[in-house]
Ligand binder design. Structure first.
Ligand SMILES: [Zn+2]
Length: 98
């Protein structure tokens, strides 16, 4: 996927897709200081959707930024629900750049 900018919590954030090394071994990183979310660039399907939702929700407010356990569980539920609703994540992201 291509890097992009988006509004989160009324602030402009940069979403970028990078290697696992640049993600420090994580699937995603959220940095409030630089307003940057870094996503592992080989994620696909529900895992990619889950990670995007997860990090974007951290970015929206200082309270969810700190609430790792809550964000972790609820973001996975949202991603799986959206997948079941028919968004067909695997097809959506199959053609993305590696
Ligand atoms: Zn998190």
């Amino acid at each position: 996927m291509n890097d992009f900018k988006t509004e989160l919590g009324n602030e402009t954030w940069t979403i970028r897709f990078r290697t696992k090394k640049e993600c420090k071994g994580n699937w995603g990183l959220c940095d409030r200081a630089t307003k940057t979310i870094t996503i592992y660039n080989r994620l696909k399907g529900v895992d990619l959707l889950d990670t995007l939702i997860h990090e974007m929700r951290h970015a929206q407010h200082p309270i969810p930024y700190e609430a790792e356990e809550f964000i972790n569980q609820t973001s996975t539920e949202l991603a799986e629900g959206l997948d079941l609703a028919g968004f067909k994540c695997k097809q959506l992201f199959t053609k993305s750049k590696e």
